[in-house]
Design a protein around this ligand. Structure first.
Ligand code: NAD
Ligand code: SER
Length: 320
């Protein structure tokens, strides 16, 4: 195994030497990460791409090796945020496609990154853990996920350490945001519930009320990503393949109660489907002492603060 990292990785990356490429840029994370990267580095410095078409975003399928290399060369890319993937619920419906996009797509990006000296950020997930993991998940523990999606994320973490490039990841918890819809994941209920509460006053939740999962407000997740990418590689251990970061953990019924502080008439019923199985295989909470020690990670949002922000922002969005 090659644990050697080639030269450009040693630089502190608060300002990239070239441009930044984002794959899967139109998704839940990309929508906000592109905005944050453009604010940090300037509009022209950030090339947003996706397999779907949209203004301000170039077409790029991560299965197209030549296409990735062409864009990296022509746009002078030195840093790649690789967000193109299938999430757990969509992935378990089509495991072969999930494997193809999440593993082969990542390998395509790594191959080009290695050839053209690019640093890579590639998200991992709490889905790397399996049912044998303690309910409070440590950074280092056997990774035995039961979902195909989780297995692709374990491979992603291994590639981050063994591919010889500066590649980093975060085991994002379920992410909660208001700017773009959640994309086919198990934790989508924690986003859908806000839209349903405001639009209909009722939500039918696809996990049980006592289901507890690690979650995080998107602002924290974006900040974590930028903070991790700004740290010199020498300061990071092999946890850089996928850092545990903790935001807030809550049960579905605690989320309902927090929303009811704003909307007292809101009701929620619980009708678990197959996604309950995936949720049950993941831990309740995340231990993030390694991220705290190595790059001073600290979340800003607890459950109530996150709910307050979601409600206010969605209400503002619908009245404008
Ligand atoms: P998303 O589903 O919202 O977005 C993924 C984007 O990838 C979509 O815009 C889609 O069009 C694009 N895409 C799909 N196939 C593609 C292909 N072949 N080529 C190029 N683009 C393609 O996902 P997200 O929530 O933004 O997640 C981004 C990353 O973060 C993924 O790796 C995901 O596993 C990880 N992650 C997300 C969460 C979460 O709660 N959102 C949690 C943990 C990890
Ligand atoms: N939020 C993601 C999902 O539910 C976890 O990676 O699939």
């Amino acid at each position: 195994m090659n644990h050697q990292v080639s030269s450009p990785m040693s630089q502190s990356m608060d300002t990239p030497t070239g441009r930044v490429l984002v794959t899967g840029a139109l998704g839940q994370i990309g929508t906000e990460l592109v905005e944050a990267l453009r604010q940090k580095f300037g509009n022209d410095c950030v090339i947003a791409t996706d397999i779907r078409e949209s203004k301000g975003c170039q077409l790029l399928d991560v299965m197209d090796k030549t296409g990735i290399e062409q864009i990296v060369k022509s746009e002078n890319i030195t840093e790649i945020y690789h967000l193109a993937a299938l999430l757990s619920a969509t992935g378990e419906k089509n495991p072969e496609l999930c494997w193809k996009i999440n593993v082969e797509g990542l390998e395509n990006v790594i191959r080009v990154a290695k050839k053209h000296d690019c640093r890579v950020f590639s998200p991992s997930s709490i889905a790397v853990f399996g049912p044998d993991c303690p309910k409070l998940a440590p950074q280092v523990t056997p990774l035995n996920p039961t979902t195909v999606y989780g297995k692709t994320k374990v491979i992603g973490e291994e590639l981050a350490i063994n591919s010889g490039i500066d590649m980093r990841g975060i085991r994002y918890p379920g992410l909660i945001s208001y700017k773009a819809p959640a994309g086919g994941g198990t934790t989508d209920y924690a986003v859908e519930i806000f839209h349903a509460a405001l639009e209909n006053g009722h939500y039918e939740c696809f996990v049980r009320e006592d289901t507890k999962l690690p979650m995080m407000y998107m602002d924290d997740a974006i900040r974590a990503t930028l903070e991790l990418m700004a740290i010199p590689i020498e300061q990071l251990s092999e946890a850089r393949g996928g850092y545990n970061i903790s935001g807030c953990s809550f049960t579905a019924s605690e989320l309902v109660e927090s929303i009811q502080r704003h909307l007292p008439d809101f009701t929620c019923t619980f009708k678990p489907d197959i996604r309950q199985t995936y949720a049950d295989s993941w831990p309740d909470e995340i231990e993030d002492n390694v991220a705290q020690n190595e790059w001073s990670w600290k979340a800003n949002y607890n459950l109530d603060k996150m709910v307050d922000e979601m409600i206010v922002n969605l209400q503002n969005q619908s009245s404008s």
